[in-house]
Write a protein that binds this ligand. Structure first.
Ligand SMILES: O=C(O)c1ccccc1NCC(=O)[C@H](O)[C@H](O)COP(=O)(O)O
Length: 223
């Protein structure tokens, strides 16, 4: 399936000025990280305040790694994200238990996610997800700035029951256009590649990334 343009999620925001920079540049969604070990972690009050800075028509994605259900529910109730993102080893039952739209992330290259058939088998358990996000495998679960071998998606991308594919992992303004041309994803997701420091986004890097996404889409339209 081809899409008219590649949607963009910018993840790991911690400052209102970075939310406005992402919105001005045309990002479709901003990610709030609630993983305690992340350098981009938001507390509930900080997240509520940031949520208020998000303009209309920009979605908020709340990101968790194997979190207690009550922590997820508290964020749903108090931050009001449009989408949840589960980035650990969460079961389909756990992900669906909140009755809230969610993305399930798969960290490719991890044990059990290191061949195309294994990846296809894993994602098929999450047919209820609003999208499948594919990231690189890192000890810190995500936000690593590392890429993965796109050929690991060879079985998924041709599956008739494929959910929208979100490409993540080490993307930046220099690499994203080629990745779009190669994979034609539904969306791309970036964190490190638009930062000047962990959790501190660079307006210049955000703008360069969005221009590169448009270049990738332009090349895609040209076939
Ligand atoms: O961003 C984090 O700190 C993080 C920590 C733990 C799990 C996931 C995390 N981020 C998830 C994302 O969706 C990132 O945007 C994705 O991993 C890509 O990050 P990057 O390679 O830095 O662009």
């Amino acid at each position: 399936m081809s899409y008219p343009r590649t949607r963009v999620k910018i993840c790991g925001l911690t400052r209102p000025q970075d939310i406005m920079a992402a919105a001005r540049a045309g990002a479709d969604a901003v990610g709030f990280v609630f993983y305690p070990q992340s350098s981009r972690l938001l507390g509930l009050e900080q997240a509520r305040s940031l949520r208020a800075a998000v303009p209309a028509f920009v979605d908020v994605v709340a990101l968790f790694v194997n979190a207690p259900s009550q922590d997820v529910q508290a964020v749903i109730d108090q931050v009001r994200p449009g989408l949840l993102q589960f980035h650990g080893d969460e079961s389909p039952e756990y992900c669906a238990s909140f009755g809230h739209p969610y993305m399930r992330a798969f960290r490719l290259g991890a044990p059990g996610l290191d061949t195309p058939p294994a990846v296809l088998s894993a994602v098929r358990q999450h047919g209820a997800a609003a999208a499948w996000l594919f990231d690189s495998y890192s000890q810190g679960y995500g936000g690593s700035g590392k890429t993965f071998d796109l050929s690991l998606l060879d079985a998924v991308r041709h599956a008739p029951d494929c959910r929208p594919v979100v490409l993540a992992g080490g993307l930046n303004a220099e690499t994203v256009a080629a990745s779009i041309r190669e994979l034609h994803p539904y969306a791309v997701d970036v964190s490190s590649g638009v930062e000047s420091a962990p959790g501190i986004k660079s307006e210049e890097k955000i703008e360069a990334f969005m221009r590169a996404v448009a270049q990738g889409d332009g090349a895609r339209a040209d076939g």
